[in-house]
Ligand binder design. Sequence first.
Ligand code: UN1
Length: 510
Amino acid sequence: MNIATKKVDVTKEAAALLEKMGVAKELYTGGDMPSYSPVTGEKIGNLKTVSAAEAAAKIEKAHEAFKAWRLVPAPKRGELIRLLGEELRAFKADLGRLVSIEAGKITSEGLGEVQEMIDICDFAVGLSRQLYGLTIATERPGHRMMETWHPLGVVGVISAFNFPVAVWSWNTALALVCGNSVVWKPSEKTPLTALASQAIFERALARFGDAPEGLSQVLIGDRTVGEVLVDNPKVPLVSATGSTRMGRDVGPRLAKRFARAILELGGNNAGIVCPSADLDMALRAIAFGAMGTAGQRCTTMRRLFVHESVYDQLVPRLKKAYGSVSVGNPLESTALVGPLVDKAAFDSMQKAIGEAKTHGGTVTGGERVELGYDNGYYAKPALVEMPKQAGPVLEETFAPILYVMKYSDFDAVVADHNAVAAGLSSSIFTRDMQESERFLAVDGSDCGIANVNIGTSGAEIGGAFGGEKETGGGRESGSDSWKAYMRRATNTVNYSKALPLAQGVSFDIE
Ligand code: UN1
């Protein structure tokens, strides 16, 4: 069912939310960069952009802030992030709503995104007392060897429209407890949520008190501003989330100046449904993984392999779910699928569906849903049954298209699963322990995330997030991802009265 809605005033509501969160009006009115709401296609802000020179000055300021912040004890730095978590809790509803307005997410997903921010703050507060280094057995008597982790410098963050605020928080919460400063270039499609996050951060900063100025800053602007961040020698690490195309540009530029990169790029995530799978569970997981966030997560399920023995039980039910899923305005309805981000996203969805047909695909859904907004692009999620993995199935199209294929042999399906360029997330649905273990084993899924009996999307912050191959190899968020935000020093201390050399080398000068 498609949910018809009354007209919403997204511009007014966005302004009211921004005011409540403490964003100065001049930051988003009368500027040169428009922001649109995908919900109705209307313009909701006109932001002031920074020039390349202004961006460089902000980076310089962040570098100065780093030099002071690195001297603050890590648990004290954690206190700032604890306060940030408190402020995010207080503004969860407002920021979540603004995410829905600016990125088009349904209400629960907008709120869920802010919850991810709160969760990473909690994680980082604990981490601020656990930046552990090893002590290492040394081969020399009267010596001690250990590792010390030191702050790195200014951390550049480049984020995408689909997780406009959570990705910033994963990087910022970790970077700040690790003693770094942050300069953030948000997506041009979602700058207002960036301003709101910055305002919330500044509230935490005011409560914290004595923190250096410029500890976390936002660069509003286009690609040229991002390039300043990527090329600036005072930025030793850039964490960039976006397309593989963007990563192909950013990665080598960082490598050229020996800066570090955390790249979180495209995904072409698949699920495998085995003969013993709990089909009710698989159905729900696939529906959320493939249709949730209107197919606009890096972790969205884009390919599905179903064993021939259960294909006719599962796929008709899936098609039914695709037929009945509610598509609608996320601000005024309880629809499960909101808009695509813009016309370009809708066009690329239609193009991929067209190509799939030429490769023998049979399509359910995919058509535009008219809600009366000229520039709001809503589409029925598409399920495309494919005779084999070919054409657009091998690519990431950032839209709700699920390619469904039948399989008969486990080894062959694992090979097909891995036969795409991206390597972000994956899942298997089975109650057969041998199958699940083989999927997780060395010659199983080649992705950074491999799940059993849950979908590909919706990862918790506690794990390291990221993927292999053209996904870029970066890891952010939980586990020991913090190590990428610090530099490691190996220290050997001689407390003896002799100077034995390692490896038994003798070098007696007299
Ligand atoms: C992304 O789509 O860029 O696992 C991030 C998930 C979310 C994060 C997605 N926790 O789906």
